[in-house]
Design a binder for this molecule. Structure first.
Ligand code: PSU
Ligand code: MN
Length: 320
């Protein structure tokens, strides 16, 4: 009998599908804290549909009344969408949330920890956390968790509220591979361009699958971060975002916001400053990232089936 990892509970729908289908994990903090009600409901539906359209199975990760869960659904998902007493849970908070029986919406960091516990290899989100511009030393736990979670993470870069060059430097120090999908620039979450180069890029999901298998075969523990720009129709202009972020940072300073509240506060402030345009961009990129993650998850299964592990690569990275 196939024994499921006991640390996490798979929803019954997913437990039945997990062996035959490609699974894409989705975070819940973006639903319960990052996006406003009712747009969060829209985001969940759009991500789910995007994954299914591309022949994979979506699995929202969360701590459901103390139970680390893969595939949050039904009434539990409703509580998270209504954000009824749901707290933001990072990796360090997981044990506590379980012990106290709390509802916890998992950040990228906590979601990666759950992916590792559950054996899920593909995860989609909007933008990762990173090095903040202020105060010094505010750095999302996402970066540390990326350094030790062998998971393909699909995102639109890191949020524009962050110090992006510093975030990229940290990703390099931590051994996190960054691959541009259809771009050779690190995207700016709300914006398509940042002028910051990535060292690898492709527009072929099979190449990503093979690179990940090679990475794993070497025993490397870091994540593979796949970054794609937000869809052109909804992406924002760089100057508009720069002004909005400056305003948001000023408001955060004036309000004395600190700790885990900073990111949700800044995202809401940017939304006000852009008259809602940042929200439309956020939803569109979440959907696009979920779609790409599904294609990668399917390619990963095909890579495994065709090569029983990973294919040997020649010096050009082409299978031989
Ligand atoms: N990106 C978004 N919305 C979000 C987040 C990221 O577009 O809500 C969340 C993610 O869960 C990410 C977290 O892991 O913010 C980072 O928070 P902090 O900076 O407090 O570590
Ligand atoms: Mn922080």
């Amino acid at each position: 009998m196939d024994v499921l990892p006991r640390a996490v509970r798979w929803s019954s729908a997913l437990a039945a599908q997990r062996r035959d289908q490609a699974i894409v994990a989705l975070e819940s903090s973006v639903l319960a804290q990052g996006l406003p009600v009712p747009a969060n409901r829209d985001a969940e539906r759009r991500m789910r549909t995007a994954v299914e359209t591309h022949h994979a199975v979506p699995a929202v990760l969360a701590v459901d009344r103390g139970v680390p869960t893969v595939g949050l659904d039904g009434e539990a998902l409703e509580r998270f969408l209504r954000r009824d007493g749901v707290r933001k849970v990072s990796s360090r908070d997981l044990g506590w949330a379980v012990a106290q029986g709390l509802d916890g919406a998992t950040t990228v960091a906590a979601s990666l920890a759950l992916c590792v516990a559950a054996g899920i290899e593909v995860f989609a989100t909007g933008g990762i956390g990173g090095v903040h511009r202020e105060p010094a030393f505010d750095e999302a736990a996402d970066l540390l968790e990326l350094s030790r979670s062998p998971v393909i993470v699909v995102c639109a870069g890191a949020k524009s509220i962050l110090d992006l060059p510093a975030t990229l430097e940290r990703l390099e120090s931590y051994g996190v591979a960054v691959i541009g999908f259809g771009t050779d620039e690190f995207p700016g979450f709300f914006t398509r361009h940042t002028g910051l180069p990535v060292t690898a890029s492709t527009d072929d999901v099979a190449v990503i699958a093979r690179a990940f298998r090679a990475h794993r075969a070497l025993g490397l523990r870091g994540a593979l971060l796949v970054v794609q720009p937000p869809p052109a129709a909804e992406a924002l202009d760089g100057a508009l975002v720069a002004t909005a972020v400056d305003r948001a940072l000023g408001e955060a300073r004036a309000a004395g916001v600190t700790g885990a509240a900073v990111t949700p506060f800044l995202l809401a402030a940017v939304e006000r400053a852009t008259a809602g345009a940042s929200l439309a961009a956020n939803l569109a990129l979440l959907e696009a990232n979920a779609a790409l993650a599904a294609q990668i998850a399917v390619a990963l299964r095909e890579t495994d089936a065709s090569a029983a592990g990973y294919p040997p690569l020649n010096a050009q990275g082409t299978p031989v």
